[in-house]
Design a protein around this ligand. Sequence first.
Ligand code: GDD
Ligand code: MN
Length: 371
Amino acid sequence: MISVVIPTYKEADSIQEMVQRTAAALGGSDEEYELIVVDDNSGDGTAELAEALSPGFPVRVLRRAGRQGLATAVVDGWGIARGDLLAVIDADLQHPPEILTSLAKSIRDSNADLAIASRYIEGGGTSDWELSRRLISWGATHLAASVLPLKLSAVSDPMSGMFMVRAAAIADAKLSPLGYKILLEVLAKGRIENVVEVPYQFEERTRGSSKLGLCQYGEYLAHLAHLSWSTGQIGAWVEYSLVGLTGAAVDLGLVYCGAERAGWMAIWIVPAAAQMALVWNFLWNQQVTFPRRTPASMAKGKSLARFLLYERICLPGAVLNVCLTLLLARGGMRLMVAAACGVVADGVFNLLFKVPAIWRVWGLRRSASCQ
Ligand code: GDD
Ligand code: MN
């Protein structure tokens, strides 16, 4: 049985159509289903309109006392659910309910633990968002993937508000989300081995208004910080950062010995040092940071292939490092100061753009996608 939770806060304009469309979609499949509307005392009739549809539709309404957040509404809804598959979908029709049947089919067919409706795989998308909105969405997704790389490596849209998870995969997890992003909580704390993604188009809202405000952005950052702590990812991060710092010291030490002591030309020693530091970082991450944290099957073997991949991902940062160092030095800056600028630029560049890809080098799972 599929239990679909529909969190609502002031969605009187769309809740009835939402329930009807969802029922039509799931009623056409051979799955049993129930709908659970979790309303936070909207005061605009949302809960009453949903209740009015029962018993014509298999819908129950869980009323909470006041606005307590989207993600906890979902957890409370799942708490009274009877299905072996638990789903969530927004009430405002921005998530097409028909996708629920594809999620159910793919999770069953591929025996996955989690099926995510994704905007960011082929066939998915958003309507014409302006640049600022795209940037915020990209930034939020990238930030999550950078803070929790080991947990989110398998998914293209960890921000998605529409997905389906096996009840068994989260039965032992203590879910205590903050804000909007219930999927982050599930990915971080659930027993999720296999993920499947289904593309969908995120529609524009035509009724009611978005409930996403500044407060939710703040909650998002607090939620990420909390998850990095409670999952122990912060420990991996500390080791990874220490390796990076020693790599920077190796790079600068080699430039110093080569250029300042041995008198080699900067044009040779600067790239050589950057390359040596890259090898150093790889070896330490390979020996120390990742083996304890990735599945044993992944941690062993394939070192050369892994190194080549690592090299390819880190190359742009290293090139930036070398070019900046040489340019600044040619402009009259002391070589060691220029080299320090290059190393910092390399580190910041990788931190901002490459972290999820770098961590994925250590054999983390990818999801399958179903069209
Ligand atoms: N019960 C309850 N309590 N429901 C809430 C609350 C709350 O505090 N806040 C929001 N909701 C409900 C809304 O009524 C709506 O049904 C749904 O949660 C999503 O809220 P929106 O404000 O419309 O969110 P959005 O459109 O900006 O973003 C949604 O889609 C994104 C893409 O999938 C969310 O689901 C995001 O988490 C998601 O990234
Ligand atoms: Mn919405």
